[in-house]
Design a binder for this molecule. Structure first.
Ligand code: SF4
Length: 336
């Protein structure tokens, strides 16, 4: 039986824009605007989308690194938005994050030993006398050795630093880890090593991941399910195979059409979107994708499409488009 470890309901994250002599709020950046999703225990849900779509903001909101504007974040049966600061600090033992740039998130003046020791001390993990054994075990788990214990971050390669970042997240025995573009800055071969390490750790320690990425190749490798975000909304969500083999939303199709195909003889239609992503300060009305969508109509400008399932979708697959059936049957043609 699958258990939902994280349930996010109607999450909104708006950031105020201050202006004028009195520094009043003159507008808002609607970075995340009413999204709902869940992550099952032991699975990896990836959130994918272009930069600025709200995927990292979602991760930060789940951890309450930024306090959300509204919504509900239930973790292990508890609404995180109702916890006070102290309770939330304690809760972070269960919810950890691995950032894109471990160099920026690890104190450059601390050795690996100090970094891991500090992570455990903050959450009161083990008596001080037993922590060194745990630190050595963690280094071994992430593929580093005891000889690296007293090295500083600058003495490591990018991949090794990310291993330190993973060890730091694991130091407090979390249940849930947010990987925020955690392999984006690494070379492809190192990316593969880190992804394999994350998968191995997930199996061994029954970890649950929210994996945030813009690279669909990486997402394909690591995910069980995928959520596609566009301008603060989830436009499609479902099992990985469904999203990759049976995409329904025109935006998902355009993202997938940009992935290079390994077989040179196989023809793939590239869907090139017009224009840039609009500003989240004043997002388009109706379907937010209508300014770039080749199928857009007046209805798209006026009515917000809801996530829904059609007869040709399986599992938990849903997409937010008024014309899924018409596009699929060919009744609706792109207006290029
Ligand atoms: Fe395109 Fe309209 Fe569907 Fe939005 S609702 S994705 S604009 S066809």
């Amino acid at each position: 039986m699958t258990t939902k470890l994280l349930e996010v309901n109607n999450l909104k994250q708006y950031f105020p824009i201050k202006g004028g002599v009195f520094g009043r709020t003159v507008n808002q950046v609607k970075a995340v605007d009413d999204i709902t999703f869940h992550v099952n225990e032991g699975e990896t849900l990836s959130i994918v989308g272009e930069s600025g779509c709200g995927k990292s903001t979602t991760g930060r909101a789940v951890l309450r690194l930024d306090d959300p504007t509204s919504g509900e974040i239930n973790f292990d049966g508890e609404n995180l938005l109702q916890l006070n600061k102290r309770q939330m600090r304690e809760k972070r033992k269960d919810l950890q994050i691995i950032f894109q740039d471990p160099y920026a998130s690890i104190n450059p003046r601390q050795t690996v030993r100090q970094v891991l020791e500090e992570a455990m001390a903050i959450q009161n993990v083990l008596p001080k006398s037993e922590r060194l054994d745990k630190i050595l075990e963690l280094l071994d788990i992430v593929g580093l050795g005891p000889h690296q214990l007293d090295r500083f971050p600058h003495e490591f390669s990018g991949g090794q630093r990310q291993r330190v970042g993973i060890a730091r997240a694991l130091a407090v025995d979390p249940k849930f880890i947010i990987c925020d573009e955690s392999v984006s800055a690494l070379d492809v071969s190192i990316q593969a090593q880190i992804l394999n390490l994350l998968k191995q750790l997930q199996r061994e320690y029954h970890l649950t991941y929210l994996f945030i990425a813009h690279d669909l190749g990486v997402v394909r490798h690591i995910s069980d399910r995928v959520a596609v975000m566009y301008l603060g909304n989830i436009v499609e969500i479902g099992e990985k195979q469904e999203i990759f083999d049976n995409p329904k939303h025109p935006y998902t199709k355009s993202l997938l059409s940009a992935i290079p195909v390994p077989e040179p003889d196989r023809k793939q239609e590239r869907i090139v979107l017009k224009g840039d992503v609009p500003s989240p300060i004043d997002p388009p009305s109706g379907c937010r994708f209508h300014t770039r969508c080749p199928f857009a109509t007046e209805k798209c400008k006026n009515e917000v499409p809801k996530l829904r399932k059609t007869e040709t979708m399986t599992g938990t697959h849903q997409a937010a488009c008024h014309y899924i059936e018409d596009i699929e049957s060919g009744r609706k043609q792109p207006n290029y």
